[in-house]
Write a protein that binds this ligand. Structure first.
Ligand code: FAD
Length: 319
């Protein structure tokens, strides 16, 4: 048995569900679980890391690591990997994970499997499955001759049990490692309409060109408010400037796997399906009974979204 290093993502000290999934999967494998967290709020997340299975937590509580910076994060994670000497590294296939860990893998000369949907850990060996060609086929990935195996998992793919608050972790603090910075984050502008991180959301309500105009996203926002959902979008409406790119679901947007995905006025192009076909239940609302989205949908409603969505919102309000 070796050590599994889990890169913990958090929002101002609140652990993300995707990291909880990884910690619990790592702990279930019987390996020693070591977590790493960055940023001035990293100290606030150490208890949750222990509750979810980490026995040791490495933190760099430096404000320079509050926002993702490729060079700074690479230098700091590489320094901690050098100290911890893990055999497996698990991280979320978030935009941060997908940018950071190929850099880390290149620096260490080891393998990385990105965007995986299943994970099997047996001792020091790890096998992962990842969708390819927009989900048309699946590759099973094993590591050969890789001293460290890095796996980046999509969110919402692994079960999460209640955290065990009796478990605690030893906390090791580090000063920020020196990094040759080529990128400077000057400002972070949050999309006003993005309430929860789409990739973490349990329910997603997405809108497409069938909504006719940007103002009609209001009916999706109303439905999302009642359901506690996050609003997503197809690329067509992002390209049209109706909503920001942060809301785009699909091959060139975000990958989501919520319990419930409601596609409103979305045709179901392969590039859109690539980002949401892992959803547990898919409900499609479309005026065209032959729209491809219905081939993927668990439930379909044929009709005018502008008529149906407000009625659904009213019904859910009663529930
Ligand atoms: P449309 O295809 O125009 O579909 C609109 C749907 O609304 C139709 O099915 C129509 O029947 C229905 N409709 C019309 N009126 C109503 C009504 N009143 N009520 C209900 N339904 C109605 N797309 C993505 O989404 N995400 C991506 O990441 C992405 N990446 C891409 C990458 C590449 C390289 C390429 C080439 C394309 C990509 N696309 C992506 C674009 C994709 O191919 C489609 O063009 C896009 O998904 C279509 O968006 P849409 O379904 O909103 O619009």
């Amino acid at each position: 048995m070796g050590k599994i290093l889990v890169f913990a993502e958090h929002t101002n000290g609140k652990l993300k569900r995707s990291s909880q999934e990884l910690l619990q999967a790592a702990a279930a494998s019987g390996n020693t679980v070591v977590a790493v967290a960055f940023g001035s709020h990293a100290g606030d997340v150490t208890a949750a890391l222990g509750h979810n299975g980490a026995s040791e937590v490495h933190v760099v509580k430096d404000a320079s690591l509050d926002a993702y910076n490729p060079e700074a994060f690479t230098a700091n994670i590489a320094a901690i990997i050098g100290k911890v000497q893990p055999t497996i590294i698990l991280a979320s296939a978030s935009s941060t994970g997908k940018d950071l860990f190929p850099r880390v893998a290149a620096r260490l000369g080891v393998g990385v499997a990105s965007d995986c949907t299943t994970l099997t850990i047996s001792g020091d060996n790890v096998t992962a499955v990842k969708p390819m060609y927009s989900g048309k086929c699946f590759a099973t990935v094993n590591f050969e001759n890789s001293a460290v195996k890095i796996v980046l998992m999509r969110a919402n793919q692994l079960p999460v049990a209640a955290a065990d608050t009796s478990k605690t972790a030893n906390v090791v603090e580090h000063a920020a490692a020196a990094a040759d910075l080529k990128t400077l984050i000057k400002e972070i502008v949050k999309g006003a309409s993005e309430k929860l991180d789409l990739t973490e959301a349990n329910i997603v309500v997405s809108g497409g060109r069938g909504l006719k105009e940007a103002a009609n996203f209001k009916i999706l926002n109303d439905l999302a408010d009642v359901l506690g959902a996050t609003v997503g979008a197809s690329r067509a409406v992002v390209d049209a400037g109706w909503v920001g790119h942060g809301m785009q679901v699909g091959q060139t947007g975000k990958t989501v796997a919520p319990t419930l995905y409601i596609a409103v006025g979305i045709s179901g192009a392969i590039q859109h399906l690539a980002g949401m076909s892992g959803s547990k239940v898919i409900v499609a609302i479309n005026s065209d009974a032959n729209a491809p989205i219905f081939q993927k949908a668990t439930y379909g409603i044929v009709g005018d979204a502008l008529d149906i969505v407000p009625k659904l919102t009213e019904e859910f309000k009663k529930a």
